[in-house]
Design a protein around this ligand. Structure first.
Ligand code: FAD
Length: 403
């Protein structure tokens, strides 16, 4: 059995190693000069490759669950054991290589490719795939290659500088597949900048909600980073797929400042008014947050600092400030694009693939795995876990059908 795997990312490497291990003659085609470039950038260079908790996929949930039911934590742990990678589980079920280095993961995968005699061809951008009698012809700029089966693992189009540019989607569309419109997911959110002017770089613990009119579209909690264009941080990135023009990012800062609710915050502000009466107004939020953030929050509450002492604070101003701490509103202007997104939402319509095998329902012998499918997970290792799991399933299915 001759198999061509297209894409030397997570899904492609897993598929190539597995298929070769099961006896196939495998060629791995990668358009970049090296395989695994994106893998090295994952998890801030630590590669959060799996999650032992409940699967969390805002895009393609049912398909992702079916894939992980067949090839989830147990099966993927066995795969990592097989290729010699030691793992370590951290908070929230996040699994990393024990070394804490993404490069260790890539080293283990590269050695497994070598040990199983996978022919890795880099600088080989695939331009076309032509089904022919008893197999396929795969066309790169340099050559045409014949094979029995093809596994596509070209990724989405998040961070194209790391390799995945969506170029395989158009080939799949030509073969009759449907592309669900790709959009950036797990990315930063751009907001009105006036309310956060001067606080870029400050981090706070907050409950984050994407609100449109009276509806809450999505909620997360965690650390928020203010930037010069809006907000960032894991919980913000998980809100990005819900943020659209006309929506608002609402930050509840109360718990992060140690308050149970707005009433308690208001009482504390009034206590300060009475006990710190002679202090300048800019000291009002001392001990609650960074002075620059205090300035932004007071400005949002309409509390003027200049030539005022804390004792001059009106009761109504304390109430408004407490409300701002409960609901600091930042109108959404958009989300950052594919250049900075970690994942693509959208991709090949999963209804056109058999979830037990990853084989195309339209082109028998053609399989797809990883981010090029319309599946996207939250932060925490879910995207790599889907990529590795679906790659392994595709490889096994290719070989099972032969048997
Ligand atoms: C900065 C960053 C950090 C991340 N951190 C994490 C994390 O910690 N945990 C997690 O679970 N997920 C993380 N992700 C998401 C995760 O990396 C991806 O979902 C995952 O790598 C997808 O794997 P893939 O194999 O499907 O695609 P990719 O890894 O994108 O690989 C696709 C490969 O195909 C190649 N290719 C594309 N088109 C062609 C063509 N025409 N011909 C030949 N080759 C082609 C590309 O060059 C690329 O090497 C992160 C993503 C980014 C960008």
């Amino acid at each position: 059995m001759e198999i061509i795997v297209i894409g030397g990312g997570a899904a492609g490497m897993a598929a190539a190693i597995e298929a070769a291990g099961l006896g196939a003659k495998v060629t791995l085609l990668e358009r970049m000069d090296r395989i695994g470039k994106k893998l090295l950038a994952t998890g801030n260079g630590r590669c959060n490759l799996m999650n032992t908790g409940a699967p969390c996929y805002p895009g393609g949930e049912a398909f992702a669950h079916a894939v992980l039911d067949r090839c989830g934590v147990k099966e993927q742990t066995a795969f990592w054991h097989e290729v010699g990678l030691r793992l370590r589980e951290e908070d929230g079920g996040r699994v990393y290589p024990a070394s804490g280095q993404a490069s260790t993961v890539l080293d283990a995968l590269r050695l497994a490719l070598e040990n199983r005699h996978v022919d890795v061809m880099t600088g080989a951008a695939v331009k076309d795939i032509r089904p022919c009698k008893h197999g396929f012809t795969v066309v790169t700029e340099e050559q045409s290659l014949r094979c029995d089966k093809v596994i596509l693992a070209g990724g989405g189009c998040a961070q194209p500088k790391l390799g995945s540019d969506g170029s395989l989607w158009s080939i799949m569309e030509k073969l009759g597949h449907t592309l669900v419109k790709p959009k950036p997911a797990l990315t930063q959110i751009m907001t009105e900048t006036l309310p956060i002017k001067g606080i870029s770089g400050i981090r706070v613990k907050a409950e984050v909600a994407v609100v449109k009119g009276a509806s809450i579209l999505h909620q997360e909690s965690g650390e928020v980073l203010f930037t010069d264009y809006g907000v960032s941080g894991v919980c913000v990135m998980q809100c990005a797929r819900f943020a659209e023009q006309g929506s608002v990012i609402r930050l509840n800062l109360l718990r992060g400042m140690g308050f149970a609710d707005a009433k308690q915050a208001e009482e504390e502000i009034l206590r300060r008014r009475d006990t710190w009466a002679d202090q300048p107004m800019e000291k009002l939020m001392t001990g609650l947050c960074m002075p620059k953030l205090a300035g932004s929050l007071c400005m949002e509450a309409g509390i003027r600092f200049r030539d005022r002492v804390i004792g001059s604070l009106k009761i109504s101003e304390a109430a408004v400030l407490a409300r701002v701490l409960e609901a600091f509103q930042l109108p959404v202007k958009g989300v950052k694009g594919f250049e900075t997104a970690q994942v693509t939402a959208g991709g090949l319509d999963v209804n056109e693939f058999i979830r037990e095998t990853m084989e195309s329902r339209l082109v028998p012998g053609l399989y797809a795995a990883g981010e090029m499918l319309d599946v996207d997970g939250t932060c925490g290792g879910f995207n790599l876990m889907f990529a590795f799991g679906s790659g392994l399933i595709a490889a096994r299915a290719c070989m099972e059908e032969k048997a």
